[in-house]
Design a protein around this ligand. Sequence first.
Ligand code: UDP
Ligand code: MG
Length: 323
Amino acid sequence: MGKRDKITTVVPCYNEEEVIGLFYEEICRVAELMKEQVDFEFLFVNDGSSDGTLEKMKELRAKDRRVCYLSFSRNFGKEAAMYAGLEHSTGDFVAVIDADLQHPPALLIEMYKGVREEGYDSAAAQRVSRTGEPKLRAFVSRKFYRVLAKLSKIEVVDGEVDYRLMSRTMVNAVLRMSERNRFTKGIFSWVGFRTKWIPYENVERAAGTTKWSFGKLLKYSLEGIIGYSTAPLAFVSLIGVLFCIAAFIAILFIVIKTLVWGDPVGGWPSLACMILGVSGVQLFCMGILGQYLGKTYLEVKNRPIYLASIVETNEEEGDKEEK
Ligand code: UDP
Ligand code: MG
């Protein structure tokens, strides 16, 4: 008999005490179905939860050694949690999956088939409906991904969610992208590799509430655009050029007008408007520059992506290669 495969499931959890137990039961059911071929490691990442999530993880670990967990010193965000999970994963294949059961664990069976038998490097879930999601949010997010695809080389498939199974090779590639401003969908697209898309119907949260506020979503989308595109910078230069041309034409117009008709004093309101308008545009453009500068600033500081206060894994017993 050949070597058995091991799948690590990386589960970022932020205040998920209500669903984590349900999730565990569900994933165990799937592990049971796949037990002929695969061993599992369930790696939970507690992203600085303020509820009993960590205690739930400890309980699970006490009764099942396949359960491992990391606990952050504070909330670092889902992107950091996924990175930490990938870093501590020991499986030949690694799946990232949400804790709230919106990502049906049963899809893992088909995903595994895709990477194991059909030669794909990763298999990702593609949500074909957005039922249960606020209409406005669905609309804005669809538009955002379209804009992102236009501005950068990053292709985010419509309905892409952070649920995918990856080969070790791809995981290592993702880990090499050690940037601090993380936008995982962009990273997955950037590293390339062959991905099999598996459609599924949207499922509503099993319990608990969404952790995404409007502000968080806005920040996330800016992260995506600024992290993967320099188009806004080119746009700023273009605005500058357009304004110079406009100014040049206006000057010509005024000089000619003065020479031909003389120059009665007047026109100050229009002047005031122009100054206001132009300085507004300048500030806007400086703001865009500032965004890039800010990102660069945070990046060069080279701070850790996350800080873990507890690491409970089976790594010492495992056969993970040293990086
Ligand atoms: N999450 C996290 N850190 C955060 C926010 C969310 O680890 O700061 C986790 C959360 O526990 C869940 C997953 O990311 O497992 C997706 O979050 P959520 O369900 O709130 O997002 P939605 O499904 O509404 O997009
Ligand atoms: Mg969710």
